[in-house]
Design a protein around this ligand. Structure first.
Ligand code: ATP
Ligand code: MG
Length: 463
């Protein structure tokens, strides 16, 4: 993309309404525009990041064997009357009436609807296990929408639902979700710590929230600092292997890590004092096992091996896709702007032309642009007639991980400059070598099948 043909309304001034850095930087970088309290348009740059996050979520859910689908945003109230939640949910639920006077609602979550779909089509235990998920907009009429997309009223969420014959099978589904979430967040450059949580209005026995540590987080968290040493990395995982998934859960949840809702001071005090940490965190996901709560209330049974109707064991598992955009920025920025991790960067690298209109510089930029694009990479070429300082400031603000700077002086020596946004370090190298290096970095940052897709360029035609 050439910047002169793009739409990226960067703000010079700090917007007064933004209290936290991610909200400020998203507004300044022209990623979002507020349309009403807690309701945002995703401008092109923000939309690209949202799509990259969504794509990682899809890839990791499908890898775990979970099946994507799509349910609507508007739901009939009658389904929620069956579960008893129509009255229980309270003013966070946006209720509407259609022209036939039917009560509808804008879905805050989808347990009832997915249970209805399940009971309509699945009749036998032989069709289990089954995990369906979708990524769809939700609406919760939050009393205090704030912090930009972090606590919106309309927000984008992945929610998945498992259906199993037994509690044991459902707990394997729970563990599978935990593993897939660890991988998902790490691919976004985040450490999200599973913490024992309270089940709240969904109701249930087992639940963990995934929290990203950040000063601006809304949750108070208590943990053993040893949990922050754990990384999932690129270890091989067989999602059908019950013991292996249970082992990962054990490894990642056996150290003390809890939100204030379940915090236990006595247990906490058993940790050596220097490892006891009290901090704040951003909730980026949550997994639940809730047994037969919905299947019993709504008659979602299957014929068991003994021929008898058996209510299925269920769980629901959410990822805050739109909140993650803010959470990643909270975790990765400096005083000049955003620093995108490679996994979610809106463009793979920036090209800065120091002397627009100089024949050699223009030609070198065009060649770089074409070579990067041919490799399935997406550069953002700042081809504006602006001073170098302004171009650098924009690139720093929008946080592309790599920048190639092209100027007549370097070109005389056959080199361009490649700069890392994270470290600020630069090196001079021939343009082809810079392209090669960037391609290698992104190959290393994504799993093999994602890199294959980059080659076919299905990758950015997706957006
Ligand atoms: P919170 O405690 O932050 O209100 P929640 O526990 O009610 O969230 P869940 O039902 O667990 O939310 O939803 C799954 C995920 O969706 C959350 O982990 C969070 O990342 C995201 N999410 C929930 N509410 C919002 C919101 N108002 N704005 C943006 N993302 C949200
Ligand atoms: Mg939650």
């Amino acid at each position: 993309m050439r910047l002169t043909r793009y739409f990226m309304p960067v703000l010079r001034e700090n917007p007064a309404e933004a209290q936290i850095v991610s909200h400020r930087l998203m507004l300044r970088a022209g990623m979002i525009k507020q349309n009403a309290a807690g309701i945002y348009s995703w401008l092109p740059l923000g939309f690209k990041v949202l799509r990259k996050i969504e794509r990682i979520v899809h890839e990791e859910q499908m890898r775990a064997g979970h099946i994507p689908m799509l349910m609507p945003t508007l739901q009939p109230a009658d389904l929620w009357r069956e579960s008893g939640r129509y009255d229980a949910y309270g003013p966070e639920m946006l209720r509407v009436r259609d022209r036939q006077d039917r009560d509808m609602l804008y879905g805050p979550t989808n347990e009832e609807m997915i249970t209805d779909i399940f009971r309509s089509h699945v009749g036998s235990y032989k069709d289990l296990p089954l995990t369906l998920y979708h990524i769809q907009w939700k609406f919760r009429d939050e009393i205090r929408p704030r912090f930009g997309v972090m606590r919106g009223r309309e927000f984008y969420m992945k929610d998945g639902y498992n259906f199993d014959l037994t509690k044991e099978d459902a707990l394997h589904a729970y563990n599978r979700h935990l593993v897939s979430y660890l991988r998902t967040y790490e691919r976004m450059g985040l450490q999200a710590i599973p913490m024992r949580a309270d089940s709240g209005p969904i109701g249930g026995d087992d639940t963990h929230e995934f929290l990203v540590l950040a000063e601006t987080g809304e949750s108070e968290v208590f943990y053993d600092s040893a949990v922050t040493d754990l990384t999932f990395g690129d270890r091989a995982i067989d999602y059908d292997n019950v013991a292996q998934c249970a082992g990962v859960l054990e490894e990642f949840t056996s150290k003390y890590a809890r939100t204030d809702e379940t915090h236990d001071e006595a247990l906490f005090n058993q940790i050596p004092e220097e490892r006891r940490k009290v901090a704040r965190g951003i909730e980026v996901g949550q997994i639940f096992y809730f047994g037969t709560k919905y299947s019993e209330a709504m008659g979602a049974t299957v014929q068991g091996p003994d021929g008898k109707p058996t209510p299925v064991h269920m769980g629901s598992h959410g990822i805050g896709v739109s909140r993650l955009v803010g959470a990643i920025i909270e975790a990765s920025h400096d005083d000049k702007g955003i620093i995108w991790p490679e996994g979610v960067a809106p463009f793979h690298c920036g090209i800065v032309n120091l002397k627009q209109g100089d024949a050699a510089a223009d030609a070198a930029c065009d060649t770089l642009y074409t070579s990067l694009t041919a490799l399935g990479l997406e550069p953002l070429y700042d081809d504006r007639n602006e001073r170098a300082g302004g171009k650098f400031a924009t690139m720093d603000l929008i946080g592309l991980p790599w920048r190639i700077t092209v100027g007549p002086r370097g070109l005389k020596n056959g080199v361009v400059e490649l700069t890392s946004r994270r470290t600020g370090e630069s090196e001079e190298l021939p343009p082809e070598a810079a392209v090669k290096k960037i391609a290698e970095i992104y190959r290393g940052a994504h799993p093999a099948e994602h890199v294959e897709m980059m080659k076919t360029r299905s990758f950015h035609t997706y957006i």
